[in-house]
Write a protein that binds this ligand. Sequence first.
Ligand SMILES: *Cc1c(COP(=O)(O)O)cnc(C)c1O
Length: 364
Amino acid sequence: MPVPFLDVRLQDKTRTEIVSLITGLIDRAAFIGGVEVEGFTKEFGAYCGGTCVPVANGTDALILTLRALDIGPGDEVITVPFTFIATAEAIGNVGATVRFIDVDPATYNMDVRQLEKAIGSKTKAIMPVHLFGQPADMDAILDIAKRRNLKVIEDACQAHGAEYKGRRVGALGDAACFSFYPTKNLGGMGDGGAIVTSSPELAAKIAQIADHGRVDRYRHAVEGVNSRLDSFQAAALRVKLRELPARNERRRQIAARYNLGLAGHKSVTTPRVAPFATSVFHIYCIESDRRDALMEHLKGLGIGCGVYYPIPLHLQPAYEKLGLKKGSFPASERASERVLALPMFPEMTDAQANEVIAAVKSFT
Ligand SMILES: *Cc1c(COP(=O)(O)O)cnc(C)c1O
């Protein structure tokens, strides 16, 4: 029985509800702003415990947050090379410079032991990524940031609903950035994103930049951009936000089944979740010395799998300018050679998960 890597098709009940909401929006020609966008903004803010600003996508969320924090040319932002390019790209897009530090080999999140020595006179902010749905060690990061007067921007694009010491990501640092790309834990039917912050002033500043720097209809305080969440996406996301807690719980159940089924299997390591973290398993990654052969084996059996991420950012042509050679970040490089993501989506059945476990175990 083949098992897909993921399946983002809507379930019948959700589909019916979203289609009827969108039909209503079409009938009223309510495409921009309106009740759905306002409702989602309130509800997602409340869910994360902060003030929400909806934007066009997760990359914009990161860029607009950096801009609103006045980070730009001449400034440095510390982040990790084992992530999706958008994290670092946002820093470059505001004219600031990326300063990479390595990840922890167990959790793939920012190795806080390397943070202090990477901070220099130009450092303005730290951008931890809650990779694969697991929160980074926020207290350690926030403690250093406070002492060194730095901003902390969470890249929470893979971690909707994840918890750090029982607190939901989103309002832990100065701001958290989310993506609603269809494959994310909370995914729309196209692009979408949001910022959540505990500072109403910062939220207002981000919202202003995202809306052409507008003060009112005809007056513009600064040059901004156009970055908004459209009403169709907001309508779909409102419905799906209600289902998010149950869907994240189901992901954890599947992860637990995988962990148990693969425990003690010599050739693979199952994901390590730090004691302070509750992961929402955006991605479930195992590690193997023979990752590429294992991937071929699984694909041959019809089991969907993928590599996140095969090339760490410092080795991408886009970051050649930083002059960072192979060997600069051993944990990120080792992870990029060893990780393999297994099928993970809430609709997956226990039988499908068992099939995946059996397929991994049959690799010799
Ligand atoms: C998806 C993602 C983003 C960007 O989100 P988009 O909505 O695609 O722009 C940023 N950072 C990380 C870690 C992501 O996974």
